[in-house]
Write a protein that binds this ligand. Structure first.
Ligand code: UDH
Ligand code: NGS
Length: 351
């Protein structure tokens, strides 16, 4: 009997101890949870409501390398909306990009019903961080332009940009002048809308990852850093060709781009020289996110390598204050507005 009593009392004490320990454990957990409610584990953060998710993204704004968000002077509804996040929620990451099956403009129009005339778009549920003009230098590359529009419109919409697409067409068949067309794109786009950022894109380059955001950063940005034709690496450190972005301030600081590079080559190196002459550096996405494909093609007519290019890039620092956006002259020949783009045909003169 004494044994049974002894066993019972031991059991009783053990149970009390277990209950006490459980109570202690719950109390400590509760206190810890209440004090740290903002730093819950990631799996919980991912299940939060969109509003909380947006807050988390907002906190990152100050640490990111982006330009300051735009100040909106929009409508009442716009004022109530929040700025779009740094990491737009609909991005999908790596993309399949290929050019074997041709696409039609009608298909691209059908697939992008949210576009406004001129290839314009604004996100519906938040205020875009930046107003971005996409500038494409162009002549006789219609097949490439269809692919560009087909791939880029959905990407740019997922990136939640307030953007417009400007195709700047060199009229006639004189020697091609890529950089001058880009200057014209800057000037013409600004006549239409208060753009703060300008993305300059060759028509034959498509990003392979939509996290490569086509916007502006604290330094001029080189976006096509990892091209298939160069084995997914930079051909040389100073390379600034293909796709780049500059804010209005950055563009004006370097007096825009040179107007005197007729024919192929060197104008992108001149732009690089301007940027470094003004004490800026190049910002780039990492090599994985910056992968892109180029549509293979033959050399264009009237765009042979420019024999003067080496001499010109040797003198950028002396020429850049006189040759640039401050000396730009051209004539607009035609403007065409489509759901997918604004095409501006221009007379750029000749060498
Ligand atoms: N561009 C045109 N039409 C032209 C020339 C150039 O639209 O006649 C535009 C187009 O946006 C192009 C960009 O200008 O993507 C740059 O042209 P580029 O000739 O400097 O560069 P790309 O990479 O060709 O297109 C480089 C020479 C290709 C030689 C190929 C030999 N297989
Ligand atoms: C350099 C050119 C750049 C050109 C780059 C890549 O040599 O303009 O090659 O060209 N600079 C000079 O010629 C001074 S590419 O292979 O894309 O045709 O962008």
């Amino acid at each position: 009997m004494r044994d049974a009593n002894g066993n019972f009392s031991l059991l009783h004490r053990t149970c009390s101890l277990v209950v006490l320990l459980c109570f202690l454990h719950i109390s400590v957990t509760l206190i810890y949870y209440v004090r740290n409610s903002d730093s819950r584990p990631t799996f919980l953060q991912n299940q939060q409501t969109p509003q909380i998710h947006r807050k988390l993204n907002e906190q990152k704004v100050s640490t990111e390398e982006t330009s300051p968000p735009s100040v909106s002077n929009g409508t009442e509804t716009e004022r109530k909306m929040e700025t779009c996040p740094d990491n737009p929620p609909k991005l999908v990451g790596p993309l399949r990009v290929e050019f074997s099956d041709p696409v039609t403009l009608d298909l691209v129009r059908e697939q992008n019903p949210a576009l406004q005339p001129g290839g314009r778009f604004k996100p519906e549920d938040c205020i875009a961080q930046q107003k971005v003009a996409m500038i494409i230098p162009f002549r006789s590359r219609d097949e490439h332009l269809k692919f560009w529009l087909y791939y880029m419109h959905p990407i740019l919409q997922r990136q939640q940009l307030d953007y417009g697409v400007y195709v700047i067409i060199q009229d006639g068949d004189e020697t091609f002048n890529r950089a001058k067309l880009l200057n014209i794109g800057y000037a013409e786009a600004l006549k239409e809308y208060d753009y703060q950022c300008f993305v300059f894109s060759d028509v034959d380059l498509i990003p392979m990852d939509d996290r490569n955001i086509y916007k502006c950063f604290n330094q001029p940005r080189h976006l096509s850093v990892s091209m298939d034709k160069f084995g997914f690496r930079l051909p040389y450190t100073q390379y600034f060709g293909g796709v780049s972005s500059l804010s209005k301030e950055q563009f004006l600081k370097i007096n825009g781009f040179p107007n005197k590079y007729w024919g192929w080559g060197g104008e992108d190196d001149d732009i690089f020289n301007r940027i470094s002459a003004k004490g800026m550096s190049i910002s780039r996405p990492d090599a994985l996110i910056g992968r892109c494909r180029m549509i293979r093609h033959d050399r264009d007519k009237q765009n042979d390598p420019n024999p003067q290019r080496f001499d010109r890039i040797a003198h950028t620092r002396h020429t850049m204050s006189k040759d640039g956006i401050n000396s730009l002259s051209y004539k607009v020949v035609n403007v065409e507005k489509d759901q997918l783009f604004t095409k501006i045909t221009v007379n750029v003169g000749k060498p």
